[in-house]
Design a protein. Structure first.
Length: 270
């Protein structure tokens, strides 16, 4: 499990303990990391405060609901989940929709771990893992190269990034959004779904303190890139999407009624 970062392990454990995952996508390491954070989360919960788990569940369940809606409506027949980590979404959705093409993508080390886990579960050819460096400019790991190998042009595409954007520099986020818009526009139907944090949802001192603490935990810089949801929406449109919504997760009926669900935004761009 050395190839998996602490946040991938922690979120993988959250999905598992809430009945959303497969045992092969959980691990002893994930349980230990989750256990270490539990006292802090429990203390916040006891006084009615927000918890990280509530925010993680909110973003995951709302993205699931929006994806399900698009598949049932016939807008989406293939999914590319970028920075998939130990997300169980591909497993759950291909079980529910056997004809759905679901491509999970991540950096090579993480992709190898995920590929091995899915092989132990047993998956069809429609559900596969690709090596991807979404910010690469050339080579076989670029977004364009992976799309050319793994996706078809005549089917609606959903692209998902969950838990990724805060770990990228702002110019990296803009580059991704432009690339995603181009891939979706080249196909009939489709949408881009993500979570996003904006400064207006949390007092600035609290937000900066949280970013600093999380940066130490994951050993890389973590930051928000937009002051408001409207700024993020305008940036998505400027990147090439025709329409975009950036709304609080707790505004959707799929979000759990738990403190913290409103601390994360959901991106729905088409």
């Amino acid at each position: 499990m050395a190839a998996i970062g602490p946040t991938a392990l922690y979120t993988g454990r959250v999905w598992s303990r809430n009945g959303l995952s497969h045992p092969e996508l959980d691990s002893v390491s994930a349980r230990l990391i989750h256990l270490a954070a539990e006292p802090t989360m429990r203390a916040s919960s006891l006084v009615g405060g927000p918890t990280l788990e509530a925010a993680l569940l909110a973003r995951h369940l709302v993205i699931d609901a929006l994806l399900e809606e698009a598949i049932v409506a016939g807008r989406v027949a293939q999914v590319l989940e970028v920075a998939c980590g130990m997300s169980p979404r591909g497993w759950r959705f291909t079980e529910r929709h056997p004809d759905l093409v679901y491509v999970e993508a991540d950096l090579p080390d993480m992709a190898a771990v995920k590929r091995e886990a899915l092989a132990r579960i047993g998956r069809s050819d429609n559900h596969r893992v690709a090596d991807l460096d979404a910010l690469a400019d050339k080579g076989r790991l670029t977004l364009k190269a992976v799309a050319n190998r793994e996706l078809v042009r005549d089917a609606g595409l959903a692209i998902i990034t969950e838990g990724l954007l805060s770990y990228l520099p702002r110019d990296g986020v803009l580059k991704l959004w432009s690339g995603f818009a181009g891939l979706i526009a080249a196909r009939p139907g489709g949408l881009y779904l993500s979570d996003l944090h904006v400064d207006e949802d949390v007092p600035a001192p609290v937000a900066r303190a949280f970013e600093a603490a999380l940066s130490v935990f994951v050993r890389t810089r973590v930051s928000t890139h937009f002051a408001t949801a409207e700024e993020a929406r305008e940036t998505l449109v400027a990147a090439g999407f025709q329409t975009a919504r950036v709304f609080r997760a707790d505004e959707h009926s799929a979000a759990p009624e738990r403190p913290g669900a409103g601390r994360v935004r959901i991106v729905d761009a088409r």
